[in-house]
Design a protein around this ligand. Structure first.
Ligand code: GDD
Ligand code: MG
Length: 369
């Protein structure tokens, strides 16, 4: 089988982390975001994976090529010279996606769930339509693509991208399976007019109109982790999923320093004495956690240091950053790469760009450049 992952976009909403790494390579639960998808696709029997890239392809190529052998997949980079949006990249990869009559998966690279690829193929083949969209329900659908079904049917009546008024809380989860005929519905943008086209606005509404687009209800958790707040929420959901399905990937919750479970710590990380860690914490490779540290609902990325008696809550500590002794971080603070927070400093909702050193309190959410 074949799949295309939409990996472009500048990831601006996940700054300052995306100033250092493209969004799909930012580690989610200690693994590049996109690797969760590559692994699941490979497990479902996908052998041909196209990564549609328009931003810093060289970094992606060097990191991802190593996974071809590991997961027995062929990864092809389809590089756009100008961003082609969410539909253009499919037309650009036509040679691979349309090489035979079989259907292919399309994924947004920033969605995390228990990918239902095998059931999805089965369902897609059973209804015979041109496409199937995985859907889930959310409280606030305004920042997503919203779907309305025909009564008592999986057939989609309407697809509206980011509606201004409430239509339904059933949303596009960013995972599709499509027949190659869909490629005929997308125009390949040609020079000199390379403009982005949107699958959500320019393709789905029309397939739906023809009665060829169906929904597949997702079971369990789902999150678009493309912004810090959602990245943290997605981390909580994912850890809670692991605690039920793969507890061996988490730290034994009966350990003295683990508080309420759902804690993932890389084996190379060091944890000091008298810490209280959890619930919902990820500690990355080579991170160093001092004595008496309190970590709760947070992500500590590779090589970061949290010094003695610091307190980190609802925040992301970027690669090789350091949080000083007795410092306190909260309110969805995000430290970019190599940030230093001095001892005893308080940071509330600070988004701090790489290589900065912070020596005064940040009491209100703000970006520090
Ligand atoms: N190759 C390429 N080129 N990829 C792109 C481009 C581009 O020009 N623009 C965006 N992408 C990729 C992004 O990297 C992401 O993986 C995916 O396309 C969707 O873009 P986002 O910017 O994350 O869109 P969104 O989150 O606002 O909305 C989309 O996802 C929602 C689910 O999370 C839509 O598909 C919504 O309908 C959906 O509900
Ligand atoms: Mg997104």
């Amino acid at each position: 089988m074949k799949a295309l992952i939409l990996v472009g976009g500048f990831g601006t909403r996940l700054r300052p982390l995306t100033l250092t790494l493209p969004k799909p390579l930012v580690e989610f639960a200690n693994k590049p975001m996109i690797l969760h998808q590559i692994e699941a696709l490979a497990k479902a029997g996908v052998r041909d994976i196209v990564l549609a890239v328009n931003y810093r392809p060289e970094v992606m190529v060097s990191v991802l090529q190593q996974y071809e052998e590991k997961f027995n997949v062929k990864i092809t980079f389809s590089v756009e010279t100008e961003p082609l949006g969410t539909a253009g990249p499919l037309a650009l990869a036509r040679e691979i996606l349309g090489k035979d009559e079989s259907c292919f998966f399309v994924l947004n690279s920033d969605v995390i769930c228990d990918y239902p690829f095998e059931q999805l193929v089965e369902f897609h083949k059973s209804h015979g339509g041109e496409g199937t969209i995985v859907v889930t329900k959310v409280e606030d659908p305004s920042k997503y693509g919203v779907v309305v079904n025909h009564t008592d049917s999986t057939k989609i009546e309407r697809f509206v991208e980011k509606p201004q008024t409430f239509i339904s809380n059933k949303i596009n989860a960013g995972i599709y399976i499509l027949n190659p005929t869909v490629l005929d519905r997308i125009e390949l943008p040609m020079l000199p007019q390379l403009k982005p086209t949107s699958i959500e606005k320019e393709v789905f509404p029309f397939i739906a109109e023809d009665g060829q687009l169906h929904t597949f209800d997702l079971d369990g958790f789902w999150m678009d982790v493309g912004q810090p707040k959602d990245f943290l929420t997605g981390t909580c959901l994912y850890l809670s999923h692991l605690s039920k399905k793969h507890p061996e990937q988490l730290i034994n919750p009966t350990l003295e320093y683990v508080h309420k479970g759902n804690v993932m710590i890389h084996p190379s990380a060091k944890i000091g004495k008298g810490c209280r860690i959890g619930p919902n914490v990820v500690v990355g490779p080579d991170a160093v956690i001092g004595d008496g540290v309190r970590l709760q609902r947070c992500v500590i990325l590779e090589g970061a240091k949290v010094k003695d008696f610091a307190w980190v809550h609802s925040s992301i500590v970027g690669w090789h950053s350091s949080v000083g002794r007795w410092a306190r971080l909260e309110g969805c603070s995000v430290l970019g790469d190599d940030v230093t927070i001095k001892d005893e400093i308080y940071v509330n909702g600070g988004s701090i760009l790489p290589h900065k050193s912070i020596a005064v309190n940040i009491t209100e959410p703000q970006i520090i450049m």
